[in-house]
Design a protein around this ligand. Structure first.
Ligand code: ADP
Ligand code: MG
Length: 628
């Protein structure tokens, strides 16, 4: 009815703020606007490509998928212009309104937060990461007109117009062919960009590997290489080319931790170029919006986010897999059930794992940062996917009682085991510091046995699934039934003469029982403790002890589990306590000390619901200690 009426809209608040920054600040790296617009054009054409796999009833089905960058002639004194054209999927009037202005933009908010954090940041380095790349055009534009016509045959062309301030408007427009044109009216101080030579340089620098041809001006030769780097022999590709390819594909400006490039013809034909990003989040979300690798056949993109080739726990790997053995019209369903795909998946996973192992051996420092970033994925895999164990366990790393703060693998642990040791020992807790002092380590230290520190909050979830590795049982050191070799010589030599009479010791045990009551299941003498006064061990029938930590972490109706208290009769503190119990059984220090010993032990176990509750008691103890 009122098609001729122009509609005016306000930008979402966060977009307004973002635009304000872009319009009013001076930036050094403004040429990234072109990278963002070319990337959007490329996305729009990829969507067109996929639409046409199943639907040829579209506007201009035979149009070449290409990008044209032009510098139109303008009259003397008129502001200079640039136009960027694509033959992509286009936008209807409604889509122009939502996509370029009224959709809620969490990305804009994150961008603003990031910029606020660090004043030295250049927006060009970060804007693409937040899904708001389009707006970077306002660094160089006084006005932008987006003229678009959707691939849907019945849709009409429309134009979106804005000067990057509060609002934009949308009007009907004249455009016969499919796709989008971005008309940029340049700011006075950005006229340098109205130069074909310069634009070509920018395309080469930032968009060389875009998968559609980019033409600048009337030049018939494309400005970008549009090269399938993965089809080249690894020996013909430079480090710089890998880096550029990765950055242009992902818009992640951190260098990848690992690059996997390989070709093979048996058992399946495959050319692949894969990357392990440095960070879990960030840049990778920019251009690549979902997990999965790009699947090509005969150099034609078949799936943009193929998740069938790598297990979930490797979903952070990105890149290209190209196989001539899969057919071009392979649909989503057949991709999953296809025998070739299964072989392809096996090959690709094998190569990635091999590369990670190589990274661990050749560049241990890089591996440490990789493990910090992605180790969680592997641990989750163990907890959820039985078949993953064999693949991921060799990649696990822990700090241990003998690793000197460094990370060690299960294999290295096994290599260091003395012949008499048959099991792998680990201690669960909240931090390396707390477990390093765990009383459970006493007998292991005394026998020079290595213990792995499992201090990641996810470790208690993993431990029930990790019964053994390479036929060695994994044992939690708080397990009272662990049998350790006798300490023969030491027992004779420096085992301190127990100064405690049997009767005195029993009286102390009695006080523990009456003080702690039903909070514990038993109090008994320890056979193993050396440097610690007490420890808590699990009753043998307790099946879910690792889950207790999880419940505490998740704060789910957590109740402190009932443990066995083992008391070290040779410890000076226990001896002192025994004398107090004998000489002045009513001394308030006795109960306070027992309570505090118990609380401290809970903290060390990672089982205390709220350690700050101990503070008043500690204060009371200090008062008593300083009073005399
Ligand atoms: P992103 O590309 O990360 O989604 P942008 O701010 O660059 O964020 O673009 C916003 C949206 O505008 C895109 O998601 C897309 O829907 C739309 N868009 C931008 N440019 C084009 C284009 N050339 N053709 C079709 N749609 C486009
Ligand atoms: Mg974009």
């Amino acid at each position: 009815m009122n098609e001729q009426v122009q509609d005016s809209f306000n930008f979402k608040t966060e977009v307004k703020q973002l635009l304000h920054i872009l319009v009013h600040s001076l930036y050094k790296d403004r040429d990234i606007f072109l990278r963002e617009l070319v990337s959007n054009a490329s996305d729009a054409m990829t969507r067109m490509h996929f639409e046409m796999l199943t639907n040829r009833d579209v506007l201009d089905p035979d149009a070449e998928l290409a990008i044209h960058v032009e510098v139109p002639e303008v009259a003397e004194g008129e502001p200079k212009q640039i136009i960027i054209k694509d033959s992509g999927i286009g936008m209807t009037k409604d889509e122009l309104v939502t996509n370029l202005g009224t959709i809620a933009q969490s990305g804009a908010r994150e961008f603003l937060a990031k910029m606020g954090e660090d004043e030295t940041l250049d927006p060009g380095d970060v804007i693409g990461q937040f899904g708001v790349g389009f707006y970077s055009v306002f660094m160089i534009a006084d006005e932008v007109r987006v003229v678009s016509r959707s691939y849907k045959k019945r849709a009409k062309a429309a134009v979106w117009i804005s000067d990057g301030s509060e609002s934009f408007r949308v009007e009907p427009a004249e455009k016969e062919d499919r796709g989008t044109e971005i008309h940029i009216i340049l700011k006075k101080d950005a006229e340098e960009f109205a130069n074909e030579w310069k634009l070509k340089q920018i395309v080469k620098k930032h968009s060389d590997f875009v998968r559609y041809p980019v033409y600048v001006g009337d030049d018939k030769e494309q400005a970008n290489r549009q090269e399938s780097l993965w089809r080249k022999s690894p020996s013909d590709v430079t480090a710089e080319e890998y880096k550029q390819f990765y950055q242009q594909m992902t818009m992640d400006f951190e260098e990848p931790v690992a690059t996997v490039h390989f070709a093979s013809d048996m058992p399946v034909n495959v050319r692949a170029l894969l990357f392990v990003p440095k960070k879990r989040e960030g840049g990778i979300l920019a251009a690549r919006k979902e997990p999965g690798v790009m699947l090509y056949s005969h150099n034609v993109l078949i799936q943009e986010y193929c998740t069938d080739l790598l297990p979930n726990w490797l979903s952070f790997v990105d890149g290209v897999v190209d196989s001539e053995d899969i057919s071009l019209n392979v649909s989503r369903e057949t991709v999953q059930s296809n025998r070739i795909m299964a072989q392809l998946a096996k090959t690709v996973k094998g190569r990635v794992l091999r590369e990670l192992k190589k990274l661990a051996t050749d560049e241990p420092e890089k591996y440490v940062s990789f493990w910090g970033e992605f180790g969680r994925f592997f641990k989750e895999a163990v907890a959820t996917d039985f078949s993953a164990k064999e693949d991921v366990l060799p990649l696990f790393r822990y700090v241990s009682s003998k690793s000197d703060g460094k990370l060690t693998s299960l294999d290295e642990y096994i290599e260091r085991m003395p012949e008499s040791q048959t099991e792998i020992y680990y201690v669960l807790g909240d931090s390396i510091k707390s477990v390093a002092n765990s009383p459970h380590l006493d007998p292991f230290k005394a026998r020079d046995l290595e213990v792995l520190y499992w201090v990641d909050p996810i470790d208690p979830f993993v431990s029930p699934m990790l019964a053994e590795y390479k036929e060695k049982k994994l044992r939690n050191v708080d397990d009272a039934s662990i049998e350790l070799p006798e300490l023969a010589e030491e027992a004779a030599e420096d085992k301190p003469e127990s100064k405690l009479e049997e009767a005195d010791f029993n009286r102390v045990i009695g006080r523990f029982v009456t003080t702690l009551g039903s909070r514990v299941t038993e109090v008994r003498a320890s056979k193993v403790l050396k440097n610690s006064p007490i420890r808590l061990v699990s009753p043998e029938d307790e099946t879910n002890r690792d889950m207790q930590r999880i419940q505490r972490i998740l704060d789910q109706n957590y109740e402190v589990p009932k443990k066995i208290v083992e008391v070290n009769r040779n410890h000076p503190l226990i001896a002192n306590l025994a004398h107090l119990v004998s000489d002045s059984p009513d001394n308030e220090l006795i109960n306070l000390t027992i309570e505090q010993l118990y609380d401290s032990a809970l903290v060390q176990e990672g089982l205390h619901p709220n350690p700050t509750e101990m503070v008043p008691r500690i204060q009371q103890l200090l008062e008593l200690a300083t009073a005399s």
